[in-house]
Design a protein around this ligand. Sequence first.
Ligand code: TYM
Length: 353
Amino acid sequence: MTEPAPKSPAFKPLVFSGVQPTGNLHLGNYLGAITRFVALQDTHECIYCVVDLHAITVWQEPAELRKAIREVTAAFIACGIDPKKHIVFNQSQVSGHAELAWVFNCVARMGWLNRMTQFKEKAGKDRENVSVGLFTYPDLMAADILVYRATHVPVGEDQKQHVELARDIAQKFNNDFGASIRDGGFGDVYFPLPEPLIQGPATRVMSLRDGSKKMSKSDASDYSRINLTDDADAIAQKIRKAKTDPEPLPSEEKGLDPRPEADNLVGIFAALNNTTKAEVLREFGGSQFSTFKAALVDLAVAKLSPIAGEMKRLTQDPAHIDAILADGSDRARVLADATMRGVRDIVGFVQKK
Ligand code: TYM
């Protein structure tokens, strides 16, 4: 799908990512995405979004949705995202996301969206009955990124295809409207081709009950995941009950290849400890799981318990969280409005000068 990129101006590096306010945040969201968001703050300007418009592609109870939006915001802050230096907000407060998504609905092709594996998984056999929004979800995601002309998108492995689609949409917009972009004095291309940043030892954290399934909010078994709000006892129990195999841990990474559950736990340890799987195996190669799991419980509790405590404290003051989201939205809107003025001109809409 991706054609060679046209010559592009130097876009200012800008990080954008989003998390859905649906159900509990879990260790996969934390290690695959939020810890990366925190790390990028030192080197980049960052925009982190609670994607409430995406959430309603499947039914959400309004009161629960409000609570979940505040909880994800609290998680961002409890994990170390600084909403003063960077931008933290919820998507529905900046109308440019929805407006650009409409334009992208008219740029993206049915065939592109038909190939999205996440839609196929979520819709399953019930395609006729899912919302239209679930199908066009990736166009809104492209709009989230491109309404800021963001260049880098930290995500877990499962979002790679969606970020690649955002690149294809950016490229097709740049090509389709090339003459209008140039005539309007916008340079050769209007949108950058955003790059997915999928990094670290835990880009795809698997279920604790089944090493072949992704850890997910929607798994029926709570023992499949560690929630960011779990207390120390729950974390310990879930790790102790996590599925393993009877062999001791290998000393080298290639020994993990045929052992998905062992691979997953070693990856989790490495990510929590800010190190690599090879380093973890240097320490625990030859150990039984009983020894390794005890160390993993200590590490996970030490890292995650303070986050749960801070989330609890923050969510007790919803007005404070709402003020953070309002401030972030005001700052995001200024950027999004500037992009949208250009988009309207390029597409050929008439607007107030
Ligand atoms: P969401 O809300 O499902 O997940 C948020 C982030 O967590 C990552 N993640 C995982 N990483 C590793 N292992 C796992 N088991 C795991 N489960 C989830 C996801 O990859 C994601 O980075 N469509 C997005 C939200 C979104 C977005 C965007 C992201 C909307 N607009 C623009 C980036 C840019 C989603 O549903 O993520």
